[in-house]
Structures are given as C-alpha cells and as structure tokens.
Ligand binder design. Structure first.
Ligand code: KIV
Ligand code: ZN
Length: 518
C-alpha cells in the first residue's frame, strides 16, 4: 500500500487486535498466539497489522519483531508515544518487516493537555513537529494520531494535522479515544479537516473509534463518508473498555451496503469466522451469542415465520449468506472409529493447521471425547483444539480431581496438580462444588486471585454436550481470562480457572502497565 494509491474508493483496513485489542483487561496473548492471529489477518487481506507497542516491554518488542518477520503481505506497524525512546524502539522493531510503519501519537484535547500532559498548545505543536520528523528519518511510512481528537477544538486539531503532514506523516489518524462522537459530527470533522488543512491531500486519513456508546462502527463509516480511507478496527471488537470498531462489522457493512456506501476493502470475507474463533481463543474472550456477523446466533432463525420464509427463499430474512463470512452448516463429525487422516482433514476444513505434537494431543482428546459422547460436532472439535492450543505452555496443570457434594452437607474437592513439573495434592471444602474446586487450586498455588467472572455454557445442545467454562481472575492489578471445554462441567471449571491463572503468570514488563494507550 502507498499513500499514492489512485483508487479513491478503496478503504484500507488497519487491524489493531494485537495492540489496542490486547490491551483489553484479561486479553493478554502469548507470542505463539499473536503469531497465529497475525497469520490469520495477513491471509484475509488486512492492509496494516498493528503488532504491538514495542517500548511497553521486552515481550511486546519481541512480538512486534516476530510478527514483522512472519507477515508476508501486510504492512506491520509498531506504536510509539511522542517520546524519542519510544519512536527509536518502534523503528527498531518494525525494520524487520517487508513493509514497516511507525505509528506515533500525542494527546490534543484540552482535558488531556491540562491534566495528563501538562503542556500548552504551542508545546504540543513543537512535540508533533519534532517526533514525526524523528520517525520519518527512520522510515518512510509514518502514521500520526491525535489522541482524543474528537474532544479537541477543530481549529487546534487543524494546526496539529498540518504540522504532522509538514513533518512527514503519511497517515493521519483522528481517534475517538473515549467513544464520545456521534456519526454526524464525526463525518463533519473529517470533511472539514480534509477540505481545509493545507497539504491534506498528501496523507491518508484514518478513523479509530471506541465503542463506549455502541457507535464505533457507525462512526467509522461516517468518517469514511467524510473522506477517511483507513479504518482502525479489531477482530470481535476487542479493545480498551467497550472495545474498538469490529473489523468484521465494518467490512461486511461496506460489502453488503455498497449501494449506500460506495467504498470497498480488499478483505476476503470468507476468512472472518475463522479469524473470530482464533482471536476469541487466543485472547480467551468469548464472543457474545448475538454478536453481528460472527456470533453463534448471527445466522440462526428461530421464529416459525422466519424459518418458513428461509425455507422458501433465504433472502427473505438473510441480507448476507453465512458462507460469505465463512460459517458452514453444523455437520456431524466422525465417531470413535475415525482415524488420524479423517481428523486431519476435518481440522483443515475448520481452518486449523497444527504442528505434530499439538495434532497428536488434539487427536488423543478427540478420541477420548468420541468415546464418551455419541455425536461429535464441528463446534466440539473447535472447542477442543482452541482449548489445546490455548493451554500450551501452562505451568500448572490438572492431573486428577475428585469432588464430593452432598445436599445440605459437605462439598469437598481432592485435587492433584502438576506445578512446574512437580505434583502437589490438596483437599479443600467450599460452600458448593465449584467453590471447593477453586479453593483447592488457591491452596495449591499459594495465592488467592480475585474471581472477576465465572460462566459456563454448552458448546452444543443436549445433556451430553461439552461444557465451555470461562473464568476471569485479577491479581495485583492484572487481569487474565481462561477457557476450557470438557464433557464434565466441574472439570471444565477447574481447567478454565487454571488456564486463567497460568496466564497471570505470563510475564509482562512493568513498563507495559504505565505505557498503555487508548
Ligand atoms: O484510542 C486511541 O486514541 C488510541 C491511539 C493510541 C491511537 O488507541
Ligand atoms: Zn484506541
């Protein structure tokens, strides 16, 4: 991609799942998971992948380097505050990419200037000129963002944008950092700035919307109507607080309503469902059932009238096909007699390519499941593989567990865990079975994280369905989520708790805590 792309209706997709998305409380991903997400994004045709915030920690730096080395088509961006060391570090990380970008930002709104930055407008202008020029000396592709742009007086915002373009910024991003804008004013902000700022034709303008009022997608599309040609978004709308604009929603809105919005992206939409699954598993963040495009119910028709219409002609109630986003009809999978080759084929069809060890472990679990469960569906396989991939590298594992629960009586859990390879057995009671299980784990690991969320759902229907358990824990200000799928609800709960706890153990540099961006 270059800023001289002549197709004026082409909208560039800038995915920030690995940066803004990963900043969601509890969404921390391991390096392997980040690489898996980056591969899926690159395959589907994302133009720019923001791989992380290199100054935040060594882990973030290494992740940006690894993504930069792996990605074949997309531009790889690294985020930097308007600070010399940040920009140098981002430049160092993205230089491994075939196409690299430094994305630097500074706050521009009065409230941020007064309380966070303690700077005057003139000082901010000087910072923009100096830091954008520094980035431009390191690389040709520089994006500059005005943090909290939508709460910045337009006259000052125009001065900032003009300064950034003069200093060499090739993309200008005007984020709705706090999710405050409404579509009409978002449209007007872009239109005014693009029409009035001298040199605006030399840069691509970009929207970056947060979803605090549920308007992130609407605002992004309004920004495009106002002249922006890059949308910053995340898979499943992951991101700070209420999240960012969901990539799958902006892409399908532009594709489905080309009559009303004559713009196009180069995303191959049939990859969307798979990308959603990969991100949900990597970030341990369940997708809400009625989530547009990729939710379990997005293409489910329940009422009799709707079902009747669908049988006569799918277009009666369907504005896009499930196949167009990569959702296939639920199919019955092989049974306990299916062999390795059939299982491998099924994994391929579902979009998974596992290494030898991961494949072997997934196959053993599949056989075990098929022994216990009469019908094994695609959703079971997806849950099983995501679970397997998501727990690779876990330091603490469940070896055995026995739960005794009596009406009006005792609820006790005997549990054996492997902690860094050493077995540890404990017994603990609780007010119910799950309480006893979680207490036993806390006793074994010697720490008591705060339970932020505990939820269980059925992976498929029926009483023999696998239970999908979701746990979110908080310890010393850090949050991590864990998932597990098992035929037994209590085992699933224990494993989800351990998965979350293992993620709390993944080291993240102290700098990351102070260096978070919106
Ligand atoms: O929301 C925001 O303002 C951001 C910037 C760092 C681009 O994420
Ligand atoms: Zn943001």
């Amino acid at each position: 991609m270059t800023t001289t792309d002549t197709n004026k209706d082409r909208v560039f997709i800038f995915d920030t799942t690995l940066r803004d998305g990963e900043q969601s409380p509890g969404a921390t991903m391991t390096l392997e998971e980040k690489l898996q997400v980056a591969e899926a994004l690159d395959e589907m045709g994302v133009d720019i992948i923001e791989a992380g915030f290199p100054i935040a920690s060594n882990g973030d730096f290494e992740a940006v380097v690894a993504v930069a080395k792996q990605v074949k088509n997309a531009t790889v961006a690294g985020l930097a505050r308007a600070i010399t060391a940040d920009i140098d570090r981002a430049g160092e990380a993205v230089r491994y990419a075939q196409k690299g970008r430094i994305h630097t930002f500074v706050s521009t709104s009065p409230i941020h200037l007064a309380h966070q930055m303690k700077k005057t407008e003139d000082e901010v202008i000087e910072i923009i000129a100096r830091t954008v020029a520094q980035a431009r000396n390191l690389i040709d592709d520089v994006e500059w963002s005005a943090m909290d742009a939508t709460r910045t007086p337009i006259e000052f915002l125009m001065r900032c944008v003009e300064t950034a373009i003069k200093a060499g910024a090739t993309t200008i991003n005007l984020p709705d950092t706090v999710g405050y804008a409404v579509p009409e004013e978002h449209f007007a902000m872009f239109k005014t700035i693009i029409e009035k700022v001298p040199g605006a034709d030399k840069a691509i303008f970009s929207v970056h919307c947060h979803n605090d009022l549920g308007l992130a997608v609407a605002n992004s599309l309004a920004g495009v109507a106002g002249g922006a040609r890059q949308i910053e978004c995340t898979i499943n709308g992951l991101g700070e607080r209420a999240g960012n604009a969901a990539l799958e929603e902006v892409v399908m809105a532009l594709r489905t309503r080309g009559d009303a919005m004559p713009y196009h992206t180069q995303i191959e939409s049939q990859h969307l469902a798979r990308a959603s699954r990969i991100v949900s598993a990597a970030a341990n963040f369940p997708v809400q059932y009625n989530k547009a495009i990729v939710g379990k119910n997005a293409f489910a028709h329940e009422s009799g009238i709707h079902q009747d219409g669908m049988l006569k002609n799918a277009e009666t109630y369907e504005i896009m096909t499930p196949e167009s986003v990569g959702i296939k009809a639920t199919t019955l999978v092989m049974g306990k007699h299916s062999g390795r080759a059939a299982f491998k084929d099924k994994l391929k069809e579902l979009g998974y390519e596992l290494g030898d060890n991961a494949f072997q472990e997934a196959f053993v679990r599949f056989k075990d499941l098929a022994d216990r469960k009469k019908h094994v569906y695609d959703a079971d396989i997806v849950a099983l593989v995501d679970d397997e991939v998501g727990s690779v590298g876990d330091r603490i594992r469940l070896i055995a567990m026995e739960v005794v629960s009596k009406t009006g009586g005792v609820h006790r859990c005997d549990m054996t865990l492997s902690i860094d390879g050493e077995e540890n057995s404990v017994t603990f009671e609780g007010t119910g079975s799950v309480d006893a299980i979680f207490n036993a784990i806390k006793q074994a690991v010697g720490q008591a994280p705060h339970l932020v969320l505990y939820a269980v759902d059925g992976v498929t229907g029926g009483t023999d369905a696998q239970a999908g358990a979701h746990v979110r824990l908080e310890l010393n200000g850090r949050i991590a989520s864990g998932n597990a799928a098992e035929p037994d609800t209590l085992v699933a709960s224990a494993r989800a708790y351990l998965n979350a706890y293992n993620r709390l153990l993944i080291e993240r540099g102290a700098a990351a805590q102070g260096a978070m961006a919106g």
